[in-house]
Design a protein around this ligand. Structure first.
Ligand SMILES: [Zn+2]
Length: 311
């Protein structure tokens, strides 16, 4: 009998679900686009959960529970949603994981999607074998997680690891969090797109397209990517001085550029990281989009620190 858990990755454009065993293997997987409002999305997630629970039962698997990675701020201690700004219309305080597992007699765990991605990479991906992993997801926004000995460090207010909202340029562009000059406002996919439009690369150019142009050798796009990498490296160096992780893992759509992003990021990192932390490897994530589902399921594998206080 294989022990496994259901993992649900709740994003603004798609809902992914999977049955994941304790070695991180995806035994089953399903994906749907996210409906425009919270209640409709909850219905889809509930259906996917029930289908996977039935699949686990038929396969004779030992189902450990239901884990949910939510694309927005989560109060981990309270196991509830704080704000639903990327995903339409879920109310503050909603205990989404508990609601989805209702009637199944299974434990349920909720965390934000970056923490789930980080947990998956630390346990089964590019951070595997390292005791402390700093994970940064660079997509439309920038999320992050610090995983210590297989557990996500949440901090006092579930804010730990939010590298995207560390201010690196006090007079910088406005951020989605209402501050100015956050790393997210300077190095996310949205920031690359904005700089591409300002630089005349196209009225509607996206961050992904700017990244692609940089990979093809376009000088303007290259300069935009180098500048973003400069801010990213600065933030990572400061984070390394604070946390001193064994490895830094970069995931998300923007990090798919690979060495074109990592090389200038490492150069900038060298200028802010101190002493031995300069040697900390900065590598690309290895699980791709599956990390969200695998990490959500892994919330049931890792020791639960919600009851015991912050890790
Ligand atoms: Zn911010």
């Amino acid at each position: 009998m294989t022990a496994c858990a259901i993992g649900l990755d709740v994003g603004g454009t798609r809902l992914s679900a999977g049955l994941v065993d304790t070695r991180g293997a995806l035994l089953a997987h399903a994906q749907e686009s996210t409906p425009p409002d919270g209640p409709a999305a909850t219905n889809v997630l509930r259906r996917l959960t029930l289908e996977l629970a039935e699949r686990a039962r038929r396969g004779g698997h030992d189902l450990l529970g239901v884990g949910v990675g939510f694309g927005g701020p989560v109060d981990y201690g309270d196991q509830s949603i704080v704000m639903s700004h990327h995903v339409g219309g879920w109310e503050t305080g909603l205990k989404l994981a508990q609601q989805l597992a209702e009637g199944l007699g299974l434990p349920a765990m909720l965390d934000n999607d970056a923490n789930c991605g980080g947990l998956a990479e630390a346990l089964f991906g590019a951070g595997c074998g390292h005791r402390s992993v700093l994970y940064v997801n660079i997509g439309t926004g920038i999320g992050g997680a610090l995983v210590l000995a297989g557990r996500v460090h949440h901090g006092a207010h579930s804010i730990a690891g939010e590298l995207g909202h560390c201010v690196v340029k006090p007079d910088g562009p406005p951020c989605t969090c209402d501050k100015e000059g956050c790393l997210e406002a300077l190095a996310s996919g949205s920031a690359l797109g904005r700089e591409g439009r300002l630089a005349g690369l196209g009225q509607h150019i996206t961050g992904r397209e700017v990244a692609q142009l940089a990979l093809e050798g376009d000088a303007t796009a290259g300069r935009i990517v180098d500048e973003a990498a400069g801010w990213l490296g600065l933030a990572l160096g400061n984070a390394a001085n604070l946390w001193d992780p064994d490895v830094i893992v970069l995931g998300g759509g923007v990090a798919e550029m690979g060495e074109r992003l990592l090389e200038p990021t490492r150069r900038s990192y060298q200028r802010t990281a101190m002493l031995s932390a300069k040697a900390t490897p900065i590598v690309c994530a290895s699980l791709g989009y599956a990390a969200g589902v695998i990490g959500a399921a892994a919330l049931l594998f890792a020791p639960c620190d919600a009851a015991a206080g912050s890790a």
